[in-house]
Design a binder for this molecule. Structure first.
Ligand code: PGA
Length: 257
């Protein structure tokens, strides 16, 4: 049985003061829960040290939203995975669709970043998923296959405990539109099958595959109850403690708690 991961991606929100308040509320909220999985929050870089500090004695993990392709050197504006490890991060999100679009990051970047994450001893959360026009044209499965095949075989240390996959159909991100549990399950099962071919069936069976795209307290349990959905990567609803805690309760219920 795979343990769920409920991950909050705070994106470009929550400076240090607000971030600390939100992190405190979340860590207090999970206190009484007998967690059947893991909880992660990913603040913007400048808020990470303060949040990691607040979460030091909490079961809630702190992560980052991206990292540099390189370990060090002349790369203005970048932050290395080893620096994120130093300030208390356990996970780094890589290849979010907003970075694919806004920063034009490519498979080469994702491979370099995930290798850096693994060099630093951290866990990578690798995002992938189709655009609306791909889905309408019946190409969702092809895009998912291309995203996974473009990166996974080139990784040197991709294991079930160093890599988490996050399927995020771009048309469901921040739109209020959610893939139905069946639509999501279909792509998750396909993702696991593709991963089995690339990394071996044992790794694929144990690897967590998160769903992302308008996850909310009222749809979390149903989504996370699907066989191949092992938690969620949550944007908007992770910015309010009550909503994120509601999603964690959904994950708990789906895990039989
Ligand atoms: P959303 O974002 O929950 O606001 O749709 C998800 C994500 O981008 O990770």
């Amino acid at each position: 049985m795979r343990r769920y991961l409920a991950a909050g991606n705070w994106k470009l929100n929550m400076g240090p003061a607000e971030a600390v308040t939100l992190a405190r509320k979340i860590s207090m909220g999970v206190l009484g829960m007998d967690l059947r999985g893991e909880v992660l929050v990913c603040p913007p870089f400048v808020s990470i040290p303060a949040v990691a500090d607040v979460l030091e004695d909490s079961v809630v993990h702190c992560g980052a939203q991206t990292c540099a392709n390189d370990a060090a050197g002349a790369h203005t504006g970048e932050v290395a995975a080893s620096m994120l490890a130093e300030v208390g991060c356990s996970h780094v999100i890589v290849a979010h669709s907003e970075r694919r679009t806004d920063q034009r990051e490519s498979d080469d970047d994702f491979v370099a970043k995930i290798e850096q994450v693994h060099d630093a001893g951290l866990i990578a959360v690798f995002c992938y998923g189709e655009q609306l026009e791909d889905r309408k044209a019946g190409r969702a499965a092809d895009v998912v296959r291309a995203h996974l095949e473009g990166v996974l075989p080139r990784l040197t240390r991709a294991k079930a405990d160093t890599l988490v996959l996050a399927y995020e159909p771009v048309w469901a991100i921040g739109t209020g539109e959610t893939a139905t549990p069946d639509q999501a399950q279909e792509i998750h099962a396909l993702s696991r099958e593709i991963t089995a071919g690339l990394l071996g069936p044992g790794v694929a069976d144990r690897m967590r595959i998160l769903y992302g795209g308008s996850v909310k307290p009222d749809n979390a349990e149903e989504l996370f109850s699907m066989e191949d959905i092992d938690g969620g990567l949550v944007g908007g609803a992770s910015l309010k403690a009550d909503d994120f805690l509601g999603i964690i309760r959904g994950a708990q219920a789906a895990a039989g708690a």
